[in-house]
Design a protein around this ligand. Structure first.
Ligand code: MN
Length: 324
């Protein structure tokens, strides 16, 4: 996925007021946008919330019916630095290609994880016979020591999945209840998909060191706290993110039939990151260099073999030359 805003904001993780502490519950409404012809709801970064641990970008793609005669999603060659792109497929199929010559179809229940490190370029496109599309694409900020690591691409066809309280849980990242996700991580984080076919109630143990958030993808979920005598929790609907802060030892979710959500967590990081367009860096200079390297066709971002179409042009930098 590429950030296709014509004038993307540069966001600093410092300019968001941190709401840390115990038992916060902040409601963040994802904003609608469009990526490669497909409607997307972006829950991170938003004005109210920049990150959940190292998770720094969260696009909910669809669910959408791709009209006959249209190509579906088609995102041409574009660059990334300093992050991992984590694609979780719920419905439909996408083809990923990148400048390492990877070519990989991703199907429902699978993860594509691209570690950009010092620089990579990639493309994503719907397969011709794939008429439905429902997915999440997340970005994970690499820690400073790994930010310039060699680029790589990993595909995970099967993830740990189990039934609990009538729900299907799929472990996308990290460790939960003795299950361990195979996905490559550079910092302590977790990601879990929760799918509830019927009305249900699920209580999960949390790591109190982590900050957490729940993004509702489909349906309606009430978030409460077990053992606190709470009567009723707060309800969240599709494309609402509940940011839950740190210090929780457990979480209870009550679901409407058919609900689906992502629970994301990670160790909070005080270090400032700068995000602009498709780049994560530690300084404005680093972002400006990446933009120049992409615009000038530098070998930092080699061509993507097998994709027929033009490279995405970088938007203008948000800083005046005198600021550089
Ligand atoms: Mn991308």
């Amino acid at each position: 996925m590429s950030n296709t805003d014509r004038h993307p904001d540069a966001t600093s993780s410092r300019d968001c007021p941190l709401v840390l502490g115990e038992h916060v519950c902040q409601r963040v409404t994802a904003r609608g946008t469009d990526v490669g012809g497909i409607p997307v709801a972006r829950a991170l970064p938003t004005w109210e919330r920049r990150r959940i641990g190292a998770w720094c970008f969260l696009d909910h793609i669809g669910p959408v019916e791709v009209p006959e005669g249209t190509p579906g999603m088609r995102v041409g060659p574009h660059p990334h630095i300093g992050l991992q792109t984590f694609t979780w497929m719920i419905e439909g199929e996408l083809m990923h290609r990148d400048s390492l010559s990877s070519a990989q179809v991703i199907r429902p229940g699978q993860v594509n994880l691209m570690t950009a490190g010092r620089g990579i370029a990639h493309t994503e496109e719907s397969l011709p016979d794939s008429r439905r599309l429902h997915a999440a694409q997340l970005w994970i900020a690499l820690p400073r020591v790994d930010a310039c690591t060699s680029p790589r691409f990993d595909h995970y066809p099967v993830l740990p999945r189990w039934e609990q309280a009538g729900m299907t849980l799929t472990l996308l990242a990290g460790d939960v209840l003795g299950h361990r996700s195979p996905t490559l991580a550079f910092s302590e984080l977790m990601g879990l998909e929760i799918h509830s076919p019927a009305v249900g109630e699920l209580t999960l143990a949390l790591d109190a060191r982590f900050e957490y958030g729940v993004l509702v993808l489909v349906g309606d979920i009430e978030i409460g706290e077990s053992g606190r005598g709470e009567v009723g929790g707060k309800r969240f609907v599709a494309n609402e993110l509940a940011y839950l802060g740190q210090g929780r030892h457990s979480l209870t979710l009550r679901t409407a039939p058919g609900s689906r959500a992502l629970l994301l967590g990670g160790e909070p990081d005080d270090e400032d990151i700068v995000m602009w367009w498709n780049f994560v860096g530690r300084s404005r200079e680093e972002i400006i260099r990446a933009q120049h390297d992409w615009a000038s066709g530098s070998e930092r971002f080699p061509p993507v073999p097998g994709f027929d179409g033009p490279r995405l042009a970088p938007p203008p930098l948000p800083w005046e030359p005198r600021d550089e």
